[in-house]
Design a protein around this ligand. Structure first.
Ligand code: FAD
Ligand code: SF4
Length: 524
């Protein structure tokens, strides 16, 4: 009699940003499958991370493992302090294969090139079957952008986004036209916020992760930022992520568009969704966020510019930057087209600066592991660009500080969009602005030690004794320094026309002021 076929044990690796309970792997427990989750020094240490990022991912992984076990799955959870933990993904896999006598290892394709390479190289020398499967999360495959744009010099997000709107019938009319006869409502979405409507209450529950934090510290993991071990507020699982989405759609989405670019002292999110951590760890699917927003428009709860603006971030930018990342890796994380070499000032680690806008943006990043898009782009990133900070160092800072930072999304945003370090592959012009932009979009300048109105020297009248805002001289100095590269860009014609109107004495004074600012950058 032939013995019944007993399948060999299969190990299925679930990475810390793959906590998607809807993945087909988890539809049904299978006795021959062991689901493996690991907390690794390899992952905590590749850059210095914010304490809340390490806490948030480990806490969510632990919760996910509990959920899978409760569903009847076999789960092997390798905790950070597990004596058998070799702290490397592949060294642990080697040990687990031996332990379970496994004959097959499967993983969901990593979103980061670093991990993808590590697993691919490891698999190439294994004597048994290794297989990568899809994460079943994104709208587009990794190589969609590369296939769409090929060797074109200029890649345009808008083109990519419109194609996805059509393909997935998002905000489209029955006659095949975009809802509202317009693809993009960006121009309507640029209002400053002056205290009304009120910022919705933070809907996130608190979590006491103090025991986990003690374990992380005892394991020797180095972090920065506030661990907020007693009042941690990032979603732990899919249920909390769905509740956050629901609260956003109900209370914040109707105003998301108007105040998408606004900033205010003491307000960390205004009408932003705080969903990036849930999305990037895959606790929440992008389709769920897009559909919830579209439903709010169709039911009359939220206006079209707000809904289109929000959907463009997820269906457009999020998918697009992932495509850019995979099209240009390896190498993209080392780009430095403007040859910027200055070290990050010390207050990037303390928030201790007299510039009110930077104090708010850097301070809340250290406190909450979060800043919204305009703070990341037009305050912190803008300063870094104008001051010529080293893009690699800055990339490591962004990758470490934000709860939602994973290289596939962080690197194109930091190096491409914010620092123009890729020479313009992602952005058609540098996102550079002087104090007038920050003054228009926020209340920061009113309470600042510097005067937004002047470019050099010290102020008079109401601003008597205040020094000129560093952003101003740095702004003009940036365009003077990079004139050879940037002057031919038609989108910068206005900037260079303004510079041409200045006298040599004026431009020299601006350059001298910029140099003086840079010489004391640690005490600005
Ligand atoms: P909302 O403003 O509510 O937007 C909704 C969702 O849209 C976000 O959750 C996010 O998933 C998506 N989204 C919005 N803008 C972008 C964008 N430019 N690229 C990709 N997705 C976007 N986003 C990350 O998820 N991880 C990062 O590491 C990251 N680093 C950034 C670094 C810089 C320098 C800049 C300028 C932007 C970065 N972004 C990053 C994009 C964006 O700032 C964040 O997604 C957003 O601030 C997250 O907050 P939220 O969930 O409240 O977003
Ligand atoms: Fe920022 Fe300058 Fe305004 Fe101060 S004056 S808040 S430094 S832009």
């Amino acid at each position: 009699m032939t013995p019944p076929h007993i399948p060999h044990t299969t190990l299925r690796l679930v990475l810390g940003d793959q906590l998607n309970p809807l993945h087909s792997w988890f539809a049904q427990p299978q006795p021959h499958v062991v689901l493996v989750l690991m907390e690794l020094r390899q992952e905590t240490d590749y850059v210095l991370h914010h304490a809340q990022k390490v806490l948030g991912i480990f806490a969510a992984m632990r919760d996910f493992a509990r959920h899978l076990k409760a569903q009847g799955h076999r789960v092997r959870y390798v905790a950070i302090d597990d004596p058998s933990n070799r702290q490397s993904l592949t060294a642990n896999l080697d040990a687990l294969i031996a332990h379970y006598n496994a004959q097959c290892v499967q993983w969901q394709a990593p979103d980061e090139w670093r991990l993808d390479q590590q697993l691919t190289h490891w698999a190439s020398v294994q004597p048994f079957e290794c297989q990568a499967v899809d994460t079943e999360h994104f709208y587009t495959p990794r190589d969609e952008c590369a296939r769409l744009f090929g060797t074109r010099k200029q890649w345009l997000m808008e083109h990519f986004y419109r194609g996805l709107r059509r393909r997935h019938q998002v905000l489209m009319n029955p006659d095949g036209q975009p809802e509202g006869e317009q693809w993009n409502f960006d121009h309507d979405n640029r209002k400053p916020w002056r205290g009304s409507p009120p910022e919705p209450a933070d809907p996130r529950p608190t979590h006491d992760h103090s025991a986990l934090w003690a374990t992380i510290k005892a394991a020797g993991v180095k972090t920065f930022g506030n661990p907020q071990a007693e009042a941690y507020r990032w979603p732990l699982n899919r249920a909390e992520s769905l509740a956050l989405l629901q609260a956003f759609v109900t209370h914040a989405l109707p105003h998301f568009g108007d105040f998408e670019d606004a900033m205010a002292t003491g307000r960390i999110r205004l009408f932003h969704s705080l969903l990036s951590f849930s999305l990037n760890t895959k606790m929440l699917q992008p389709q769920e966020a897009v559909q919830a927003a579209e439903a709010a428009y169709r039911s009359g709860h939220a206006p079209l510019p707000a809904v289109e603006g929000f959907i463009r971030q997820i269906l457009g930018w999020r998918e697009y930057v992932r495509g850019v990342y995979w099209a240009h890796m390896p190498g993209y994380t080392e780009v430095n087209a403007l040859n910027h070499q200055r070290q990050l000032p010390s207050w990037f680690w303390t928030g201790d600066t007299r510039m009110a806008c930077m104090k708010q943006a850097v301070g809340q990043s250290l406190e909450h592991a979060y800043a919204h898009h305009i703070q990341r782009l037009m305050v912190i990133g803008n300063f870094a660009l104008l001051a010529g900070l080293n893009p690699t160092e800055l990339h490591h800072w962004y990758l470490g500080v934000y709860i939602d930072a994973f290289e596939w999304v962080e690197a194109p945003n930091t190096l491409g969009m914010s620092q123009f370090a890729d020479g313009g592959r992602l952005a058609t012009k540098p996102y550079a602005a002087s104090a007038s932009y920050i003054g228009r979009m926020s209340d920061h300048c009113q309470g600042c030690a510097y005067s937004a109105k002047i470019k050099t020297g010290t102020g008079t009248g109401k601003d008597a004794g205040k020094e000129a805002c560093p952003f101003n001289a740095l702004y003009w100095d940036f365009f003077l320094r990079h004139a050879e590269r940037l002057r031919p860009n038609v989108r910068l014609a206005l900037v260079y026309r303004q510079l041409e109107k200045m006298s040599p004495a004026e431009t020299e004074a601006l350059q001298a002021q910029a140099q003086a600012n840079l010489a004391r950058i640690d005490t600005l």
